[in-house]
Design a protein around this ligand. Structure first.
Ligand SMILES: NC(=O)c1ccc[n+]([C@@H]2O[C@H](COP(=O)([O-])OP(=O)(O)OC[C@H]3O[C@@H](n4cnc5c(N)ncnc54)[C@H](O)[C@@H]3O)[C@@H](O)[C@H]2O)c1
Length: 274
């Protein structure tokens, strides 16, 4: 399993959305172990507080609904007040509802896009404004920054690479994340703020447990049967763990990735290859 690199992110401040469980919690653990101060920006207050207590290292629980731009603006202001600055945004929070494409209702559609597209976009925009405010005026005037002034990592999915008959609205939202990533990378390039996306494959988090529950029932499988069938189809023959995804996030936040922007990285055991 990938291991933290001590001191890699010493002194950095990171907001990780949806870090109360699953992949986000794994990212928060890793960035903290590497010296960053992590803000757990999470809808579920109890999980946010439990995560901050477990992680330690100055981690801060911040209950927020990222689908509400006013709450996001307040969060960014409060984080700057508490932590002084923002160096990384990990736009990880996301929602999904597994159902056949013909059954998706307008409300289902709105619910998924509100968090996965709109929430992600306005977190990115609001944090980017703060990152720009942190750049000295003379650097801004030059129109060319000498080093990276912030790292933003957006969460897409392998479902953002190809369509999904049982997650059409989710797949659309994750394709949109790649578009947002490319647009933001171009818009923020003059400030040397790196914007990239990660496309995880199958990580057995509460989100995937729910996918398995619905699909196993649909196809007459035992609980866990749909997940196992999906794992068997992965070229590397195993599910990812949150640590696998956190390792890629840590790399994209590091100076090793200073020359990488506008990319979408599959971290999926070989499911997708473009
Ligand atoms: N698990 C996988 O296999 C997989 C695969 C591809 C992509 N992803 C993506 O990775 C990200 C994390 O997935 P996960 O499996 O850990 O999901 P999860 O459902 O286990 O955790 C998501 C977290 O986001 C939080 N959240 C949801 N809506 C929010 C909101 N409006 N404001 C703040 N927090 C909110 C939830 O409370 C939860 O703690 C998601 O964007 C997901 O789409 C996951």
């Amino acid at each position: 399993m990938p291991a933290p690199i001590p001191g890699r992110h010493a002194g950095k401040v990171a907001i990780v959305t949806g870090a109360g469980q699953g992949i986000g919690l794994g990212i928060a653990r890793r960035l903290t172990a590497e010296g960053a101060r992590v803000v757990i920006a999470e809808y579920n207050r109890a999980n946010a507080e439990a995560a901050a207590a477990e992680i330690g290292g100055g981690a801060v629980a911040y209950p927020v609904d990222i689908g509400e731009p006013d709450q996001v603006t307040q969060m960014v202001s409060d984080v700057v007040q508490t932590c002084g600055r923002i160096d990384f945004l990990i736009n990880n929070a996301g929602v999904n509802k597994t159902q056949y494409m013909l059954d998706v209702t307008p409300d289902d559609w709105d619910r998924v896009q509100r968090v996965n597209q709109k929430g992600l976009f306005f977190c990115l925009q609001t944090v980017a404004k703060q990152m720009i405010a942190q750049i000295p005026d003379e650097v801004k005037a030059a129109g060319k920054a000498p080093h990276s002034y912030g790292k933003i990592v957006n969460f897409s999915s392998v479902a953002g690479r190809s369509g999904r008959p049982y997650a059409a609205d989710y797949s659309a939202s994750k394709w949109a994340v790649i578009s947002i990533t490319q647009s933001a990378a171009l818009a923020l390039a003059a400030y040397n703020i790196n914007v990239n996306a990660i496309c995880p494959g199958l990580v057995p988090t509460p989100m995937w447990t729910d996918i398995d529950r619905v699909q196993a029932a649909r196809f007459g499988l035992d609980q866990g049967g749909w997940m196992q069938k999906s794992i068997d189809a992965i070229p590397l023959k195993r599910a990812a763990q949150p640590e696998d995804i956190a390792a890629a996030v840590s790399f994209l936040c590091s100076t090793d990735a200073d020359y990488i922007t506008g990319q979408a990285l599959n971290v999926d055991g070989g499911i997708e290859m473009n």
